[in-house]
Design a protein around this ligand. Structure first.
Ligand code: NDP
Length: 375
């Protein structure tokens, strides 16, 4: 029987990769909901290809009056998630805006294939409680966490001593601090191994992406921050490793192609043959090196936020989103991004984790970052 599939952020990098999986596995999925934010023409085109899908545009401003887009605005997007009746939903929305849709997915009783790492960073304890209450799984799509998820399944969580996340190191792995100070937006958007949306690509260049992933791993897999290590692996073939109690390492390897972890999530707990090719070992070279927290302070800042816990990861994320938006606009330089986040984390973000306090921390951390940018 076909699985009813909803794709949030269908016009983005994760959304497009999900649609490629669906096209390659046409008999297995019935697409019931597609969403975008502002790209209404692209959404309309997808509506023609998948005529049974509800179309929802999250952004409030839209010039299009296409009757096929039946849901417009943030509240309408949340309502569409409830109406779609999906069995599984991929959340590929960028940034903090993905959190409420994730909660709406779980409330609707759909499984959640989660690419939107901000959902975990900001609010995983609430997400986990809701998923347990509704009896639906949260399946990580982020390639590193998808790898750890499968490795933990294979080995058993109780045997795991440490998780090792790999990082490509981004385009500036070898740059000096002086050279990093002069980096332009276009250079930061040229990722050596992964083809992703603009915000996550800049996060990969600053290593904020790996910082968010450290917090994501701590929260998703219930680890202490010191149990989550990061190693630079420029080939992006080993997606992550776990070290078990006798010291042995187990790794997951595949080509750097997001269609693979997306496909895994869509079929979980089963496996389905991949139409996207397999990794060949002969001639493969695998390098590993230490990350440099001095040149890439977003990584140690993320560990600090993870150790402080509670609302600090949410403040880290809000400050970083604001700083990256300012970098895109040319209002700050590349090295200002960690300075702004450092400034925001110096404030007090202690407090209980509730939906209200998360929304307030997200708002205030952006405001605090904006005041530093303005000043
Ligand atoms: P993109 O920027 O490529 O796409 C984002 C998608 O979300 C678009 O469809 C966009 O619509 C939609 N969107 C943006 N803002 C909103 C909003 N406020 N409300 C509703 N929809 C919105 O991002 P990516 O696909 O690169 O990343 C998506 C998420 O997945 C991020 O959390 C990222 O960290 C994570 N991720 C991405 C990976 C990748 O390879 N790209 C790998 C692992 C994780 P529109 O097109 O109309 O603007």
């Amino acid at each position: 029987m076909k699985r009813r599939l909803a794709i949030l952020g269908a016009t983005g990098s994760i959304g497009r990769a999900t649609l490629e999986v669906v096209r390659a596995k046409a008999g297995d999925f019935d697409v019931v909901l597609l969403s975008a934010n502002r790209h209404d023409a692209a959404l309309e085109r997808l509506g023609t290809e998948f005529p049974r899908a509800l179309l929802a545009l999250g952004g409030e401003i839209s010039v299009s009056c296409s009757p096929s887009i039946t849901h417009r605005g943030h509240e309408a997007l949340l309502a569409a998630i409830g109406e779609a009746g999906a069995d599984i939903t991929v959340n590929g929305i960028a940034g903090a805006a993905g959190l409420l849709p994730s909660l709406a997915v779980l409330r609707s009783g759909s499984s959640l294939a989660l690419a939107n790492k901000e959902t975990v960073v900001m609010a995983y304890p609430l997400v986990k409680a809701l998923a347990e209450e509704r009896g639906v799984p949260v399946i990580p799509v982020d390639s590193e966490h998808a790898a750890v998820f499968r490795l933990l399944e294979a080995q058993g969580r109780e045997k795991v001593r440490e998780i090792i996340l790999t990082a490509s190191g981004g385009p500036f792995r070898r740059y000096s601090l002086r050279r990093l100070g002069k980096v332009k937006v276009q250079e930061a958007l040229a990722h050596p191994t992964w083809n992703m949306g603009p915000k996550i690509t800049v996060d990969s260049a600053t290593m904020a992406n790996k910082g968010l992933e450290v917090i994501e791993a701590v929260r998703l897999f219930d680890m202490k921050p010191e149990q989550v290590q990061v190693v630079i692996h420029p080939q992006s073939v080993v997606h992550s490793l776990i070290r078990v109690s006798d010291g042995a390492l187990y790794a997951q390897l595949s080509r750097p192609d997001m269609r693979l972890p997306i496909q895994e999530a869509l079929y979980w707990p089963e496996l389905s043959p991949s139409p996207f090719g397999a990794l060949d070992l002969p001639g493969l070279r695998l390098d590993f090196e230490e990350p440099d927290g001095n040149r890439f302070p977003m990584l140690p800042l993320a560990y600090e936020a993870a150790r402080l816990g509670g609302l600090y990861p949410c403040a880290y994320n809000g400050a970083n989103e604001e700083a990256v938006a300012a970098f895109f606009d040319g209002r700050v330089g590349f090295l200002d991004i960690p300075r702004i986040v450092r400034y925001v984390l110096n404030h007090d973000w202690s407090g209980e984790l509730t939906l209200e306090s998360i929304a307030e921390t997200d708002r205030k951390s952006r405001e605090t970052a904006a005041s530093r940018i303005g000043g």
